[in-house]
Design a protein around this ligand. Structure first.
Ligand SMILES: [Zn+2]
Length: 243
């Protein structure tokens, strides 16, 4: 029998802030979710109960095992796509945060053969274009939501070692070694997609070169936390103000 615990306070603040930041930055609207692996136990993760991300507070965050079952009894209504989180955490021990959203700017790259490729330095993690998961490769019931363990495992296989996996007709998953990294990547994905869509009608696009991507892969020019610090402060002030 598993015993529910109190969440790590720093992780909890980051997780609540992440939900609100992604709405504030236009990446998420009414749907989408953010989870964090427990920093003390790699077999547990934390995720809000079913709630619009703009309304997530500290009290909403619940503990789950990697089968995406809530640890505490008598849970409230939960997100149906929890298998996304549990199966990616199981497949990727390096991942500490999983973000799933339905960012509209990404859908053209989910549903065509055009690759989403990095145009700006902070989108380097897109490399030569993220993979696209098609749920019909797992089953073809017509439901496009990733709700079963088999579907979550299929998505985790498509993600592979990448930071991003697009989902046909649906959205995206973005992962990171920290919550702030996954949030910054989600914002950069959206910005890069919009820039690429604006640029392609103008003519051939100059994407990052392999040398420029390798420089970042090898740890050159670390991503700054300045933006995150500002966004987090604002988000937690809004939570305290009851907004
Ligand atoms: Zn979804």
């Amino acid at each position: 029998m598993t015993t529910p615990r109190k969440p790590d306070p720093d992780m909890l603040d980051d997780l609540v802030a992440a939900n609100r930041i992604l709405v504030e930055q236009g990446v998420m609207q009414a749907y989408g979710h953010v989870s964090a692996r427990d920093p003390r136990d790699p077999d547990r993760y934390w995720l809000s109960r079913s709630s619009p991300p703009a309304m997530v507070t500290h009290d909403h965050i619940l503990e789950f095992d990697l089968d995406s079952r809530p640890v505490a009894p008598n849970p409230p209504k939960l997100y149906e796509e929890r298998a996304i989180h549990g199966e990616i955490f199981r497949a990727r021990p390096d991942v500490m945060c999983v973000i799933h959203n339905h960012c509209e700017s990404l859908i053209p790259f989910c549903n065509t053969d055009v690759k989403l490729r990095p145009m700006v330095g902070n989108a380097w993690f897109l490399r030569d274009g993220p993979p696209v998961f098609d749920i019909r490769d797992i089953d073809d019931t017509g439901d496009m939501n990733v709700c079963t363990a088999a579907q979550g495992q299929g998505l985790a296989r498509s993600l592979g070692r990448n930071a991003v996996c697009l989902m046909r007709g649906h959205g995206v998953v973005v992962v990171g070694a920290t919550i702030s990294e996954a949030v910054r990547r989600s914002i950069s994905c959206d910005a890069n997609a919009r820039l690429q869509l604006q640029s392609m009608p103008l003519g051939p696009v100059k994407f990052l070169t392999q040398v420029e991507i390798d420089f970042r892969v090898n740890g050159g020019s670390r991503d700054s936390e300045r933006g995150w610090d500002m966004w987090k402060k604002r988000a937690l002030e809004a939570v305290r103000a009851g907004e």
